[in-house]
Design a protein around this ligand. Sequence first.
Ligand SMILES: Cc1ncc(COP(=O)(O)O)c(C=O)c1O
Length: 393
Amino acid sequence: MTNVYLDNSATTKLDPRVLEKMKPYFDSKYGNASSIHAMGQENHIVLTKCKEEIAKLINGNPESIIFTGSATEANNMIIKGVAEKNKESYSAKATETPGKHILISTIEHPSVKKSAEYLKSQGFDIELIPVNSDGLVELDQVKKMIKPETILISVMTINNEIGTIQPIKQIAEFAKKNNILFHTDAVQAVPYVDLDVKGWGVDFLSLSAHKFNGPLGVGIAYLADRRSVTPLIHGGGQEYGVRGGTYNIPGIVGMTEALKLAYAEKDEYINQVSDLTQYLWKRIQEEIDDVSLNGSTEHRTPNNLNILFKRIEGEAILMDLSVKGINVSTGSACSAENLRPSSVLSKIGLEDNDLNSNIRFTLGKFNTKEEIDYTVDSLVETVRRLRSFTPIK
Ligand SMILES: Cc1ncc(COP(=O)(O)O)c(C=O)c1O
């Protein structure tokens, strides 16, 4: 059975070279990196080396890297941890105005949005920064929204649905000038953007290994100053006491290797994925009527096509393609548990009628031209058939 995987923003295939690097840590090198004996200490050295290598790749400090179980955890740690810390420091200084204002972009991933919603229920003042019709956060908009009480701004580096690349350096510089902490969720950014935590001046950044051909179950919370968050997970004192839990050495080794490979092979990969994505879009436009691209054409990751297919339910296309062995997404959420229409697409101004008629194709390093040809051939047939009996005008 054919299997074409075009949902690389949801997760990616583990690179076989990464798997090879990980294997010994499941097999013979299984010491707990916090143990004092030789096997433990050997793995502690591995842990330290991984932090050094990752720090080089993202231009950050090794001591600022906190390994987590996912980017969802990293985002929760940062958003809630900053808020919690702020509460502590203000309760000690009762005369100061409590800094309870947090700004996040309106198109953040649910792990940021829902953390912020939780904080709202706890009395924090949360505001959503709107985006323009390309899905871009404009600095002028941010300037208008800050208050003296603003403690944190969070804007993702690249949006997971429409692939928009945000002006992170600009916003981070502005935040710094105004003494506001800045977080960017960079989960979709590897290797499309050269991560540069020091150059950008970001305080916090989140990553997830399974988005760049690394393993599931391991992420990074980069904390420029670890003292700016209150820990969420208490435990055995790992990660300087900021995040308890036995170190996932196979995962950490795998993530480090995946990040190294992603940046070492970046140019070749980006050329390859851009060509394939453009080829897919060209054929779709030539062979299917009434389609349009959602989001920016200019500030966009080269592997993302989020396409509106007028007059058809996206779910119907997805299911039909799935039967043909083609795996895509409606782009509205990372999980099939949540089938509500995309909020990102409504925020960039799609009409209500069109909100359920979209498909997200996200390509990756293992896709081939043959797969794209098979996808378009199948899609043409799917769209023709579904439109032949659609009730939607
Ligand atoms: C932008 C963004 N942030 C965070 C996450 C969550 O990552 P994880 O799967 O590691 O929890 C995702 C996953 O889709 C994402 O796309």
